[in-house]
Design a protein around this ligand. Structure first.
Ligand code: ATP
Length: 377
């Protein structure tokens, strides 16, 4: 039984269909990321799970029971918003403790009749302060409890927002691009902190981002959302090596995967404008079939001398990134250059204008049919 089961969820805003029959199962304790370009419907999906938005059709089940009729505050979920949504006039301690104060106020009113208001209020305040202290210490903001949000750095505010979400020990934490307002260095640091927090807490994390390096580094699994649909759900490695469609292959990976419109020759070779590219690995497609061949930049090797049956291109740009370089090679007749990733000494890099041979690793060439679906054995 999955902890959360999203079934055929559909949502439109006026004429704009945002979610199209979304299915997704989330397992207890996992870190799952909803990854997709801006506007693909990630936040809408998160808001429906949280109970802040209603779907037009479909269901959200927690432990096999529909929660669509359950109020947001009773779903035992907590959400961290992109802009943190902290109250500017409340201290860090009050911001973190707010969900407890709200919840315990109701209990306080019930108990006050029995024990007297002042004794009960003191006891509740003590409990809240202990819980806030525990969470703040785990996020290393215990020394900032009396500050206002305006007196904090971006990273500290982000931790306060996380603290406020964690303080109730929610079973599921929903995180909507929580790192996007941080500078690049802090973002990388907070990735490590979030994964550590996930491990310590044992809670399920559903994380939304359009940043694939965030998704790839933190997630147990990634759900790629494209045009309001779940295009693929897989581990980061699986998504990179075995994308189910050309759209996923092109969305995941930087620089983008190289793609070439080809057809299969009578001898089983992959041909680009009748020029042989590489032999095919297995009988994925039949002779004459048009296929899109895609290959990651690290799976092409450049050769200086032109040996045998390899395609030849001209180097049009070399980007030296320090530990690696990206060499752009123009194949005659192709509308865009192919990008080749090269590691190692700068002295081994070709120069702009050089003619180079391109060896494509047949084991690593991915083929897609004319609908963009992956061809596999
Ligand atoms: P981003 O990464 O930019 O936050 P997203 O993938 O989270 O994007 P959503 O915020 O879910 O995307 O929005 C999906 C689409 O729905 C967008 O076109 C957006 O303009 C539209 N939309 C979202 N909320 C509403 C609303 N309340 N009313 C009308 N349109 C909305």
């Amino acid at each position: 039984m999955s902890q959360l089961n999203i079934v055929q969820l559909t949502k439109s805003f006026g004429p704009t269909q945002v979610l199209r029959a979304v299915d997704l199962r989330v397992e207890r304790g996992e870190f799952i990321t909803l990854l997709g370009p801006s506007g693909c419907g990630k936040t809408t999906l998160l808001r429906i799970i949280a109970g802040l938005e209603s779907p037009d059709q479909g269901d959200v089940l927690a432990d096999d029971i529909s929660i669509l009729g359950t109020d947001a505050k009773d779903r035992n979920l907590a959400m961290v918003f992109q802009n943190y949504a902290l109250y500017p006039h409340l201290t860090v301690a009050q911001n973190i403790g707010l969900p407890l104060t709200m919840r315990r106020l109701t209990r306080l009113q019930r108990m006050a009749g029995r024990f007297g208001i002042s004794r009960t209020a003191r006891e509740v305040r003590r409990q809240i302060s202990a819980d806030v202290g525990r969470v703040a210490d785990s996020l290393q903001i215990g020394s900032l409890l009396n500050r206002l949000p305006s007196q904090l750095s971006g990273g500290q505010r982000q931790r306060v927002a996380l603290g406020r979400a964690m303080v109730r020990n929610p079973r599921i934490l929903l995180l909507d691009e929580p790192l996007s307002n941080l500078d690049a260095q802090l973002r990388v640091h907070m990735r490590m902190e979030l994964t550590a927090l996930h491990r310590q807490s044992g809670a399920t994390f559903i994380f939304v981002t359009h940043d694939q390096s965030e998704a790839m580094t933190m997630s147990d699994r990634i759900a790629v959302i494209l045009n309001g649909r779940v295009a693929q759900v897989a581990t980061p490695g699986e998504l990179y090596d075995n994308p189910a469609s050309l759209d996923v292959a092109q969305f995941v990976g930087t620089p983008k995967i190289n793609s070439i419109d080809t057809h299969i020759g009578p001898d089983g070779w992959l041909l680009f404008k009748n020029q042989p590219l590489c032999p095919l690995n297995g009988a994925l497609a039949h002779a004459g079939q048009r296929v899109t061949a895609a290959i990651r930049p690290e799976h092409i090797v450049l050769t200086r001398g032109i040996h045998g049956n390899v395609p030849v291109g001209e180097v049009v740009a070399v980007e030296n990134l320090g530990p690696e370089s990206l060499v752009h090679v123009q194949l005659k007749g192709l509308g865009h250059p192919l990008i080749v990733r090269m590691n190692g000494e700068q002295s081994h890099l070709p120069y702009r204008g050089d003619s180079v041979g391109l060896k494509l690793d047949p084991q690593k060439v991915l083929l897609f049919d004319d609908t963009g679906d992956r061809l596999t054995l």
